[in-house]
Design a protein around this ligand. Structure first.
Ligand SMILES: NC(=O)C1=CN([C@@H]2O[C@H](COP(=O)(O)OP(=O)(O)OC[C@H]3O[C@@H](n4cnc5c(N)ncnc54)[C@H](OP(=O)(O)O)[C@@H]3O)[C@@H](O)[C@H]2O)C=CC1
Ligand SMILES: CCCCCCCCCCCCCCCC(=O)[C@@H](N)CO
Length: 388
């Protein structure tokens, strides 16, 4: 049932740089024929040369086509037609063209929201729409969407980016349900920060808060991310995440995503069961819907620490507006609970050397083990939906 890459035709949008280029190389190394799709022709040719160094036989071809995947569906459809005429029907489509811009909601131009939605979301819809009919007819195919960890949770500074990456997941879940009977498998990848030209570009305007939160997860190499994505796509896994925190994040945000392995299924049961428990279907204070009533808003008082995982009220901290000890990873009480609070340089440094024991520098494993109970930890991130 795994897709055989030798001789297969793989189309990679965004294949001229970063993660996309590494995905193309990975597939090429395994004997695939590649079509690279991106806008800039010089970058495309450059990438083609680089990829061709990894050939394993002399029949392999790398085709380059320049198009903006976000502009006009008929253009994208034409590009796919061209590619199919030259290299045959598409066996695997990797939607990797995308971009990121961060900034506070009110600092981002409205046009940025439109731009990110059209490149990241519509730029994934168009190529997929163009290949799906043939895939269904042939009863063969893989469609890969490259979302982001920021497509699993919304983060400070990512109002425009996160929403465009969340949209991809909705598309993917619905599409998978439609095409599974035709032996077509959909994969959504949620990479962490990855060392690419696009990431360097993003960092130029990234707010400090966004940077601090992002730094709780280390930066990956694009080769490593690409390897994982290709592996999951070949297998037909719906979810593709990188590293142990990527795995935890996927488990915590599994929602109703399709389950493609037994371990994944067990894991989801576990998390869903603990959700039911923590929401207190029988707990005092729960209403008929099984929701726990939100704690009263406290003003001028620090709410009692409810076994929070290492968070202490900060000396001289301004009043808290929410009792948010239940909220995600203790990042959230810090950022959401203290709206007046902004980090100064000394504070930033003291997070870094751990003086504060601040959750922004937590190590997920330590956090997990040191929590009052593992269940508590597991259910914490799921609670905000019910509390707020
Ligand atoms: N790097 C990271 O930290 C992470 C990245 N991601 C996602 O992975 C994907 C790749 O990111 P990364 O490798 O960093 O990005 P890069 O900026 O290095 O590469 C982006 C690629 O997409 C192409 N592209 C961009 N816009 C368009 C467009 N409108 N039409 C066609 N092609 C386009 C670019 O070529 P050209 O400009 O010539 O068109 C280039 O080939 C993105 O979707 C990104 O959101 C997800 C998580 C983390
Ligand atoms: C228990 C679970 C532990 C996980 C902790 C999660 C912390 C969130 C960090 C998220 C970092 C955001 C990455 C965005 C990458 C991206 O898409 C851009 N770089 C694109 O250029």
């Amino acid at each position: 049932k795994p897709l055989a890459l030798p001789g297969a035709h793989v189309v990679v949008t965004g294949g001229s740089s970063g993660i996309g280029k590494c995905i193309a190389i990975e597939c090429y190394k395994q004997g695939a024929f590649i079509t690279l799709v991106a806008r800039n022709e010089d970058k495309l040719l450059q990438a083609k040369k680089e990829i061709e160094k990894h050939s394993i036989n002399d029949k392999q071809v790398v085709l380059c086509i320049s198009v903006d995947v976000s502009q006009d569906y008929s253009q994208v459809e034409n590009v796919i037609k061209q590619a199919q005429e030259k290299l045959g029907p598409v066996d695997m489509l990797v939607n990797c063209a995308g971009m990121s811009l961060s900034g506070k909601f009110e600092d981002l131009e409205v046009s940025t929201f439109e731009r990110l939605m059209s490149v990241n979301y519509l730029g994934s819809v168009y190529p997929s729409r163009a290949v799906i009919t043939t895939m269904k007819e042939r009863r063969v195919g893989r469609i890969v969407f490259v979302s982001s960890q920021a497509g699993q949770l919304g983060l400070f500074g990512f109002t425009a980016y996160s929403s465009s990456k969340f949209a991809i997941r909705g598309l993917a879940e619905a599409l998978q349900m439609e095409v599974k009977p035709y032996n077509v498998y959909v994969t959504v990848a949620y990479p962490p920060d990855t060392d690419t030209p696009g990431f360097a570009e993003e960092n130029k305007t990234k707010p400090l808060e966004t940077r601090l939160i992002s730094e709780t997860v280390s930066v990956c190499k694009p080769e490593q991310v690409a390897k994982q994505i290709v592996k999951d796509a070949i297998q037909g896994n719906f979810n593709s995440s990188i590293g142990s925190d990527g795995y935890m994040l996927s488990s915590l945000t599994c929602g109703m995503a399709p389950v493609t392995s037994i371990t994944e299924g067990l894991q989801q049961c576990r998390f869903r069961t603990s959700l039911g428990k923590s929401e207190g279907l029988t707990a005092p204070g729960s209403n008929q819907l099984g929701q726990v009533a939100a704690p009263p808003v406290t003003r001028g008082a620090v709410p009692p620490s409810r076994g929070s995982h290492g968070t202490r009220p900060r000396p001289g901290a301004p009043e808290r507006h929410h009792c948010s000890t239940l909220v995600f990873l203790n990042c959230r009480p810090t950022w959401h609970g203290n709206p007046q609070w902004l980090p100064s340089t000394t504070e930033v440094n003291s997070f870094r050397d751990g003086t504060w024991g601040n959750p922004l520098t937590f190590d997920p494993l330590t956090l997990c083990l040191s929590s009052p109970s593992f269940q508590d930890f597991v259910s914490a991130p799921l609670s905000p939906r019910f509390l707020f």
